[in-house]
Design a protein around this ligand. Structure first.
Ligand code: NAD
Ligand code: MN
Length: 497
């Protein structure tokens, strides 16, 4: 881990040469029509670089190249052990460039540099390495056929994968897709969010250095309604993988239906319940976790514990503990290694969060912490971690994904009511339950309609376990060997003996 000071990070930021071009067929290139957009840092509002604004023509070219490279077999038919070696080299290069990637991420989307360095970059390299390491250890199947037949059940790469990712963990979400997509032999056209394109652009060059052949990984920065839509409607994209909002996820399913029925795998939004029972083993620890669950990454986390469900009998004791715990989460300059809450990704997102805070007031919830924009003099977009008490599950702040540091505290009286409120949401990404009763923990965990459930902790996870959502939080899973299903087609080959 780096121990650079804030002023050292700031001078590195000044000296940083930032690449803003697209990456197609192994080379950086301007958008076909030369368009660019400003990449603005939410840290202080300054323009970091002009970024290529790709569109349909760029999508056409990148997909065509990706197809040619896929068909050539240089990557798709490379022995798994060789792809493994390249993927591990790719992961090593990410680690070797940790400080640069972390700095790009922090400048681009405002998260604390300490988090970029200790969470985003190492988790990203781990996703690449883990997927690469797995690829020469997975076996196909032989079916239980009659004696005179042989039935082979094999996995093949799907071909050309388009990956569209969000801005909250730009590098990490990218690598959750790239790890299994590349390891299984596909070609990829990646569209990072227009709000956070820089680490993906940098990553493309590292992939080439690692030995991933030109054209296998292409990066097209630009907007959703331009290049994103062009990829989603493309007739020669086999699979579309996405992380982002539920609204756009639904639109992508429509695009697939309107075009070539490409496979669509969606990691979408959440409104995760964090249930604290009166018999939680340690109320202080639960309160600290509840605060972290909404303040970490400025609350811009798909699994943010945005609905805190508290058993009535302990509520008067517990809420003050959470209010106390949230004081440890203080917005500050993201380049300061001691900062644990950075800037929201941009002005639009900040205003969105502030409008939800207003909605909390309007609907009669009681503000008990935060509630305001802060550090305005910096030119950046900072909002205080905010807690509303007295929220009902019908209020807007309890129903809609805010994607910012705004916590809703909701009261319940028993386990049955807790589960009912917890599941009363269109989302089903994650949930947590705090109790020292083993049976209650298991029964509640089973009853929760969510892809990840945590017991007496919030936000556990690793590459070894699948991650994704029930209901309108998506389909399919990132991470673990289950993720490989999204990037491969199953083939049954029947041989008469
Ligand atoms: P978003 O849906 O607005 O954008 C995601 C991506 O889709 C961006 O690259 C955007 O440019 C692109 N896009 C937008 N419109 C498009 C269109 N018409 N066609 C094609 N592409 C289009 O989401 P966001 O604001 O970037 O990210 C926040 C959302 O991501 C939240 O809802 C959050 O819960 C979700 N998220 C989910 C997970 C998960 O694993 N489930 C992880 C992180 C974030
Ligand atoms: Mn940005």
């Amino acid at each position: 881990m780096s121990n650079l000071t804030r002023s050292e990070w700031e001078s590195r930021a000044k000296a940083l040469k930032i690449e803003g071009r697209a990456f197609v067929n192994g080379e950086y290139t301007d958008a076909f029509d030369g368009e660019t957009f400003d990449c603005v840092s939410p840290v202080d509002g300054r323009v970091l670089v002009e970024v290529a604004s790709c569109d349909q023509a760029d999508a056409e070219q990148a997909v065509a190249n990706a197809r040619i490279v896929f068909e050539s077999g240089v990557w798709s038919r490379l022995a798994p052990v060789k792809r493994k070696e390249v993927m591990i080299r790719f992961a090593d290069l990410i680690d070797a460039h940790a400080e640069e990637l972390a700095l790009l991420e922090t400048l681009d989307m405002g998260k604390p540099i300490g988090d970029s360095l200790s969470v985003d970059v190492p988790s990203a390299s781990r996703a690449i390495r883990w997927s690469g390491e797995a690829i020469d250890k997975i076996y196909d199947e032989v079916a239980a056929t009659p004696h005179n037949e042989l039935g082979l059940v094999t996995r093949e790469p799907v071909g050309v994968v388009a990956a569209i990712v969000p801005w909250n963990f730009p590098l990490l979400m990218t690598c959750w897709k790239l790890g299994p997509a590349l390891s299984t032999g596909n070609s990829v056209v990646l569209k990072p969010s227009e709000k956070s394109p820089l680490t993906a652009i940098r990553l493309a060059q590292l992939a080439i250095e690692a030995g991933i052949p030109a054209g296998v990984l292409n990066v097209l920065p630009g907007f959703g309604h331009t290049v994103g839509k062009a990829l989603a409607l493309h007739m020669d994209v086999d699979t579309l993988v996405f992380t982002g909002s539920t609204k756009i996820a639904k639109q992508l399913m429509i695009y697939a239906g309107e075009s070539n029925m490409k496979r669509v795998w969606l990691e979408a939004g959440g409104k995760s319940p964090n249930i604290v029972f009166a018999d939680a083993p340690d109320l202080k620890a639960a309160a600290e976790a509840a605060a972290g669950a909404i303040a970490f990454n400025q609350g811009e986390v798909c699994t943010a514990g945005s609905r805190l469900l508290v058993e009535k009998s302990i509520k008067a004791e517990f809420v003050p503990l959470v209010v106390e715990a949230i004081k440890a989460w203080k917005p500050g300059n993201p380049l300061d290694p001691d900062t644990n809450v950075g800037a929201l990704v941009d002005t639009t997102q900040m205003n969105n969060v502030l409008s939800y805070i207003q909605a909390g007031h309007d609907d009669g919830a009681k503000l008990v912490a935060g509630g305001k924009r802060t550090l305005e003099e910096t030119g950046g977009t900072y909002v205080e971690p905010t807690i509303f008490d007295g929220v009902t599950n019908a209020m807007r702040i309890a129903r809609e994904e805010i994607f910012g540091p705004v916590l809703s505290v909701i009261e319940f009286t028993d386990a049955e009511e807790a589960v009912r409120i917890a599941n009363d949401t269109p989302y089903g990404l994650a949930a947590a339950v705090w109790t020292s009763d083993l049976s209650k923990a298991h029964l509640t965990a089973k009853a929760l309609r969510a892809g990840s459930v945590w017991v007496n902790q919030y936000d556990g996870g690793d590459m070894t376990a699948p991650f994704g959502g029930f209901k309108q939080s998506g389909n399919g899973r990132d991470k673990s060997l289950h993720a490989f299903d999204k990037y491969t087609e199953l083939k049954a080959t029947w041989i008469k003996l």
